[in-house]
Ligand binder design. Structure first.
Ligand code: WQD
Length: 339
């Protein structure tokens, strides 16, 4: 069985990737310190998979604990999701972000070298592009000055991986630059679990529609876009999970060492107001929202050119924005039902 260590595997993208890995014949081994996820995710995974997955409640920065997992399990590869990812929070506690996000990658790379594990998929982000000069963004679009310490940790980690492979390390690595992950598993057994007040658009929409939040504020409608609100590339989390599976399958048939980067989006941009309108159609209810001021640090418009991942990895998005919003809404209703 091809054991794959998923750091942050109880998180939003990690848990959905665990499901797709099992479907593809891999055996995921979860490592998560549950600082930004809940043990209930493991129950959701059991509901979908019909069995429990191995999970270590450990911190990626705990070198000894991570080494024990590599010692115990013959790993075929690693997917490294574990990181702090709140853009706003990263501006308040930058050292926590640099320590956690960068050190944890170094621990993983050291353990991979020590135990002869060659394949790594790294969770990066479109945030490295900042506000691109040309759209859609390709992997050759120059990275901009990071808008936040969070974004900078992603750029630094990409540079670490690039330099490490360039040094001749016997390893094969792919960085996936996520656009905006949204949606939930179609079974509603797992989904996004924002702790506290959601920063991201879609969970804020679904919590407003569920009456948990009083209203949504649209952060600006005076941008140079079709309706004045910002444009993003919203990708279903199951499509994003599948990109990780295809990345591992690609690396496993490669020899030597390599480092490559792929955008993972739908290739289509939608404005905030389009997302709201689509949600209202999908949920069959009006959303209570107002137009407010711009949010500092927001990029006006960004969406992906996905030609490279389609050509090299044979990956294509299967879900639409409607699918994503329907699955997010069904998941929110399930959370309300569970109380
Ligand atoms: C999307 C759009 C907001 C909330 C962030 C990270 C990025 C990645 C994805 C990790 C923007 C608008 C939002 C609200 C709003 N995360 N909005 N009202 O900022 O594009 O990206 O999450 O990799 O790194 O930066 O996502 O969902 O916060 O915002 O109008 O209450 O929705 O202005 O235009 P963002 P988001």
């Amino acid at each position: 069985m091809k054991n794959i260590l998923i750091t942050g595997g109880a998180g939003y993208i990690g848990s959905h990737t665990a499901v797709e890995l099992v479907k593809a014949g891999f055996e995921p081994i979860i490592l998560d310190n549950f600082s930004n996820s809940e043990k209930s995710v493991l129950d959701g995974l059991k509901q979908i998979l019909g069995r429990e997955l191995i999970c270590y409640d450990e911190d990626c920065n705990d070198r000894g604990a991570v080494a024990k997992i590599f010692e115990k399990h013959q790993l075929s590869g690693v997917i490294h999701f574990a990181a702090y990812k709140a853009v706003g929070e990263s501006t308040q506690v930058p050292l926590n972000y640099y320590r956690n996000n960068v050190d944890s990658l170094l621990v993983i790379l050291d353990c991979m070298a020590k135990y002869g594990v060659k394949d790594l998929v790294f969770s990066s982000s479109c945030t490295v592009y900042g506000q691109p000069d040309t759209l859609p963004v390709t992997e050759n679009t120059p990275r901009k000055e990071a808008e936040s310490p969070y974004g900078n940790t992603k750029k630094i980690c990409e540079d670490i991986l690039r330099d490490y492979v360039k040094s001749g390390a016997d390893t094969r690595i792919i960085s996936l630059r996520y656009f905006n992950p949204v949606g939930a598993h179609p079974t509603s057994a797992i989904g996004e679990l924002p702790l506290g007040t959601p920063n991201n658009l879609v969970p804020f929409i679904t919590q407003t529609a569920a009456g948990i939040r009083e209203k949504l504020t649209v952060f600006g409608d005076d941008y140079d876009t079709a309706d004045g609100s910002c444009v993003r590339d919203y990708i279903h989390v199951v499509d994003l999970a599948d990109a990780h599976v295809k990345s591992l399958a690609f690396l496993a048939q490669k020899a030597g060492n390599l480092y490559d980067i792929f955008n993972v989006g739908t290739g289509k941009g939608n404005t905030v107001l389009e997302v709201i309108n689509t949600f209202e159609q999908v949920a069959g209810k009006k959303l209570n929202y107002t137009i407010g001021k711009r949010r500092p640090g927001d990029v006006e418009k960004v969406w992906a050119d996905t030609g490279k991942i389609t050509e090299v990895l044979g990956w294509q998005p299967q879900f639409t924005l409607e699918d994503s919003l329907r699955d997010s809404w069904n998941w929110q209703l399930k959370l309300v039902e569970k109380g």
